[in-house]
Design a protein around this ligand. Structure first.
Ligand code: FES
Ligand code: FE2
Length: 419
């Protein structure tokens, strides 16, 4: 009788349970806990200059919608299927009073009122139908929409960073209602996975040391190639990380990065530039895609690429030396970016596979807070930051600075106070 070889079967992949994702985090559709939380806030859906003389298809929180600007300049956001016989208003004609369906000419204003039915001008049908619509308004170069219950529409927050600008400063809007292409995708990703895999990353300060510095050469700046000491703390409305890197000259480089409920982040730049961060929104499009919008305060007339300041600029010598759209699989394997690590988690990260450790503390805090807020909404309460009378005061408190190594007093840059 031949002896059977003895194998240790522990840990083999065979027979493992199917991995699952956290639905409360990742689902953003109507009626889902996370989706109803996100719907309680104004969300950016496009840059103002993306909406000109033609309608634009946008997908927000899993809803396909049409964004347009009537010839009087007012933006409107409507359900795409015409309430007559359902053709898409993406092909509608923009007119001074609204958008006209190309099929039989029904004209809708920015709040979905049917103003004309030209094939039956005397019909009273226009008094009975309304194209479903959402409120929108323009601020700081972005178009914001509110997709939640009408009786719960909040005031737009007062964002401390964007108030009281110096005369030589201005707010610059970045991002797009469409996914980025070409070199731009190198910074902002292709946005073709669940929004949480991108949002988690803002509360992940130590990956800067590995992914962006030590694994394959310094992507941004030398000073980030130090493993930071990190403290994570809850703020009034989110989570903040305090990151200290002890420099050779005895000073301390401090990065403060912040998330604000439900999908805002203010992230210190990955550059040697000192000063406050900008503010950004990661907005679910579908449950396996998102859009990213930024507002930064810059000196007037600076290079428009400063839009991406909060993400940093890659060193020109880093990478395979060809345009991003030409990178092959091998290039991506040799030159890893935020995009491949986040897309590498799948279209939706499978949370049951994770083993969170001490380095994931801020990520875990952020997820916990989001789910608590979703539970509040499900229980009929208002989530944090939603105000109806006075605007909520959204305090930005993130950025880069240099500290005295002994006293930790701020020597230069953003001093850590509310802006
Ligand atoms: S389908 Fe739009 S007017 Fe007929
Ligand atoms: Fe990153």
């Amino acid at each position: 009788m031949s002896e059977q070889p003895v194998f240790d079967s522990a840990g083999r992949a065979y027979g493992r349970p199917a991995a699952t994702f956290d639905e409360k985090l990742t689902q953003s559709g109507p009626g889902t806990p996370g989706g109803e939380l996100l719907r309680r806030y104004w969300q950016p859906v496009a840059r103002c200059d993306e909406v000109a003389d033609l309608p634009v298809a946008v997908t927000v929180l899993t809803e396909d919608l049409i964004l347009f600007r009537d010839k009087s300049g007012n933006p409107g956001l409507v359900y795409p299927r015409c309430m007559h016989r359902g053709t898409s208003l993406l092909y509608g004609k923009i007119e001074p009073r609204g958008i006209r369906c190309p099929y039989h000419g029904w004209l809708y204003d920015t709040q979905g009122r049917c103003l004309e039915t030209p094939c039956e001008p005397d019909s009273r049908v226009k008094e009975k139908v309304r194209q479903p619509w959402y409120p929108v308004f323009e601020r700081f170069g972005l178009i914001f929409a509110y997709l939640g219950p009408p009786e719960k529409e909040p005031r737009f927050p007062a964002i401390s960073l964007l108030e009281n600008l110096a005369p030589d400063e201005e707010v610059v809007a970045g991002g797009s209602c469409r996914p980025p292409t070409g070199q731009h995708a190198l910074f902002a990703g292709h946005q073709d996975f669940n929004w949480w895999s991108f949002y988690d990353n803002f509360m992940d300060p130590v990956h800067v040391f590995v992914l962006h510095s030590s694994i394959n050469g310094i992507q941004f700046v030398e000073s980030l190639n130090i493993l930071p000491e990190v403290e994570s703390e809850y703020t009034d409305d989110g989570v903040r990380t305090v990151q200290h890197r002890r420099l050779e000259d005895g000073r301390v480089h401090q990065r403060l990065s912040q998330t604000v409920m439900p999908n805002i982040n203010c992230t210190a730049g990955v550059s040697d530039e000192l000063g406050p961060s900008g503010i950004s929104w990661t907005v679910a499009a579908t449950d396996s895609s998102y859009r990213f919008f930024t507002l930064n305060v810059v000196k007037k007339g600076v290079d428009p690429r400063s839009n991406m300041r909060s993400l940093g600029m890659l060193r020109p010598e880093w990478g395979p030396g060809k345009p991003y759209e030409e990178w092959t699989l091998e290039d991506h394997q040799r030159w890893q970016t935020d995009y491949v690590t986040q897309k590498g988690q799948g279209d939706v990260n499978l949370h049951s596979d994770e083993h969170l450790t001490v380095i994931d503390r801020a990520t875990a805090m952020l997820r916990r807070l989001f789910k608590q807020q979703a539970d509040k909404v499900a229980n009929g309460e208002d989530p944090v930051g939603v105000c109806y009378e006075e605007p909520y005061r959204l305090k930005v408190m993130a950025g880069n600075s240099l500290l005295d190594g002994d006293t930790l007093e701020c020597l230069d840059g953003y001093d850590g106070r509310y802006m």
